[in-house]
Write a protein that binds this ligand. Structure first.
Ligand code: HEM
Length: 395
């Protein structure tokens, strides 16, 4: 058991491992239960860290990057620094500017056609079976192909990159993560970076390699590697997880599904409520100086987990937070973060999920969880649906 530091009051210590659902089956119920305890508490898990549970505290932390640094944004700390996501201040701004043009609504607009064709062709592949395992057959396949398009990676590398991304995000074993990082380093440094160094394209990876940061220097090999990895992993796992949670919800709740079938124009607004209710990203911040917040002493270097999953389920902020209400007045949520690090891929993610819902509900309006089976879920840096067996009646 980790030693509890002297500045942590004993009354604020709770044993909470955010990778472990314990006896709970519903991840969101599990995070909702955090609100029965103190708003901010300390857990001895993963070397010891704070956990913020309320929307307002997380918003404060995300907005105040001078006090709450991103130099470690996940726990346990990965064996490398995640470029952009774990940079602060000017260096963060410099990297963000290199990527921004690729994520603008105008650039993403051209990917909408790719996303639509991909969605229909994936559905074509299994619709006549009357069933699919949604995670394997759809959720893991759609977003990686979109990211590969964005980075202009060769199509034949899809399976290889999917596996690496899974090892980095699913595992909380530092050795597995380090090995996966080694494999992606090998892939990028062997196949992709030298080619684009010599012959820059118009793609995002070329823009990173040939960009200037930090007063005019070129990004280091490690920075290029870290950022390319973040784009692959960030763009796959979160979208796959969100697709899984939303689809499981619609499979279990035909009345909600019917509203979107009858009035597809409601999909964009309904999506925001579904994002709030099914948050996936559990990120954090590192305290940048000794400070007091809400009567608690924090020491420089303390890590605070800011699980956006719990922020969306905060009854102090959202009345009857566990209930999905497509007409909820407050559509703001923290599912994509907030402040300087707010998700740069959020427009792309919204496009992918909107295209999915529109096309899926047209082709497979009535579906349910396969009888006698249970979806499987795992909490972690990104909560995920690892197994989602669906069935539907053939027309
Ligand atoms: C439903 C899907 C998604 C969710 C829930 C999500 C969530 C988040 C969150 C909460 C953050 C903030 C991290 C922090 O504050 O430390 C973030 C940042 C980021 N996301 Fe996403 N994301 C999604 C999709 C995507 C996609 C599709 C991409 C790109 C292909 C992407 C790329 C990134 C990048 C590069 C950052 C770092 C931004 C920065 O530090 O300035 N994300 N995402």
């Amino acid at each position: 058991m980790t030693h509890i530091p002297a500045h942590v009051p004993t009354g604020l210590v709770r044993d909470f491992n955010y990778f472990d659902l314990q006896q709970d089956r519903d991840i969101h119920e599990h995070f909702h239960k955090l609100h029965r305890g103190p708003d901010i508490f300390y857990t001895p898990q993963h070397g010891g860290h704070w956990v913020a549970t309320r929307f307002d505290d997380m918003a404060h932390i995300f907005d105040n990057d001078a006090d709450f640094s991103s130099r470690h944004a996940t726990v346990p700390f990965p064996p490398y620094q995640i470029t952009l996501m774990e940079n602060d201040g000017q260096l963060h701004d410099d990297f963000r500017k290199l990527l921004q043009p690729y994520f603008s609504p105008k650039s993403i607009g051209s990917l909408e056609t790719v996303a639509t064709e991909l969605t229909t062709s994936l559905i074509d592949g299994f619709i006549n079976n009357g069933e699919c395992e949604f995670t394997r057959d759809f959720a893991m396949r759609m977003p990686i192909i979109i990211v590969m398009n964005l980075c202009e990676f060769p199509k034949e590398d899809t399976a290889h990159l999917t596996q690496i991304s899974e090892d980095i995000t699913r595992s909380h074993d530092p050795q597995t993560q380090a090995a996966a990082f080694g494999r992606i380093t090998e892939y990028l440094s062997g196949k992709i970076i030298p080619a684009r160094m010599a012959n820059p394209g118009k793609d995002m990876i070329s823009a990173i390699i040939h960009g200037k940061v930090d007063g005019g220097r070129s990004p280091t090999q490690m920075e290029i590697m870290g950022l390319s990895t973040l784009l692959i992993v960030g763009g796959l796992d979160t979208v796959a997880s969100m697709l899984g949670f939303i689809t499981a919800f619609l499979a279990r709740n035909p009345a909600y599904r019917q509203q979107l079938i009858d009035e597809p124009e409601r999909i964009p607004k309904a999506m925001e409520e579904l994002f709030r209710r099914h948050g996936v990203a559990n990120i954090g911040r590192t305290v940048a100086r000794d400070l007091e917040y809400k009567g608690i002493q924090f020491k420089e270097g303390d890590f605070i987990l800011t699980p956006t999953t719990a922020a969306g389920l905060d009854d102090h902020h959202y009345p009857d937070a566990m209930r999905v209400d497509f007409d909820r007045a407050d559509k703001k949520h923290l599912a994509f973060g907030r402040g300087p690090h707010q998700c740069i891929g959020s427009f792309l993610a919204r496009t992918e999920i909107r295209v999915f819902l529109t096309e899926w509900l047209k082709r497979i309006p009535h579906f349910e969880i396969k009888s006698g089976e249970e979806p499987q879920v795992l909490p972690g840096k990104a909560n995920r649906v690892t197994y989602l067996p669906l069935t539907w009646k053939l027309a």
